[in-house]
Design a protein. Structure first.
Length: 198
DNA sequence: TGCCCGATTAACT
DNA sequence: GTTAATCGGGCAA
């Protein structure tokens, strides 16, 4: 993490999920001091058939219908945990799925939790990064601008690439997956994709 | 109530 | 390439 990085607050998240998602690439996410640089995210809007909020509120997705700047954590395939940042004004029920980090802080803790030595496999996937950081359903509804979470804006220029989201059957054609071009820590590589200049 | 599928991962063949 | 692990939601009956 670069020094003098600006902390991300509520107002950062209270905008269109399609604006917030690409801006999160290059930001730093820490949980209890463990984490790294966000290199891959996906955007989910309430009007998107692939979003958990598409069919309305349930017990699981209730946090998505609340105010922006909070963590929505859900169980995936009955096994893993996945971390999202709630965006847009309250009730819009839109969120950004955090899919991969480049580990920078707390490598020892991540190695222990993941049970493997290869740093590229610590946080390269939504389930993997939650395991590495120790995030579970207990963090559902936590504020992102308060401990144990810390979020810092990127301080450098990043080449962001966009492509189809991973593992979907609905709205699989929408290019709402964003990643840092050339990163070794992506959950999957991007093919020749549109490049956004940021 | 029962059945199928899913914003996944690791360990197989 | 395939498959098991395992649970909440959606929908049919």
């Amino acid at each position: 993490m670069a020094p003098m990085a600006k902390r991300l607050t509520r107002s950062f998240f209270g905008r269109s999920v399609h604006d917030v998602a690409p801006e999160l690439v290059g930001a730093t996410l820490l949980f209890n001091g463990v984490g790294g640089r966000i290199v891959e995210v996906e955007a989910y809007h309430q009007t998107d058939p692939a979003a958990h909020s598409f069919r309305g509120p349930t017990e699981r997705n209730a946090i998505m219908f609340g105010p922006p700047g909070y963590a929505y954590v859900y169980r995936s395939y009955g096994i893993h945990w996945c971390l999202n940042f709630v965006c847009e004004p309250k009730g819009s029920a839109s969120a950004v799925l955090i899919r991969a980090l480049e580990p920078t802080q707390g490598l020892r803790a991540m190695r222990r939790r993941r049970g493997m030595a290869d740093e590229r496999l610590f946080c390269s996937g939504p389930g993997r990064l939650c395991q590495a950081l120790g995030i579970t359903h207990k963090q559902n509804g936590f504020a992102l601008d308060e401990p144990p979470f810390e979020l810092f804006a990127r301080t450098d220029t990043v080449e962001v690439v966009a492509g189809p989201r991973i593992g979907l059957t609905k709205a699989a054609d929408k290019p709402w997956r964003y990643g840092q071009k050339g990163s070794r820590f992506l959950s999957k590589p991007f093919t020749a994709s549109a490049k956004l200049e940021v």
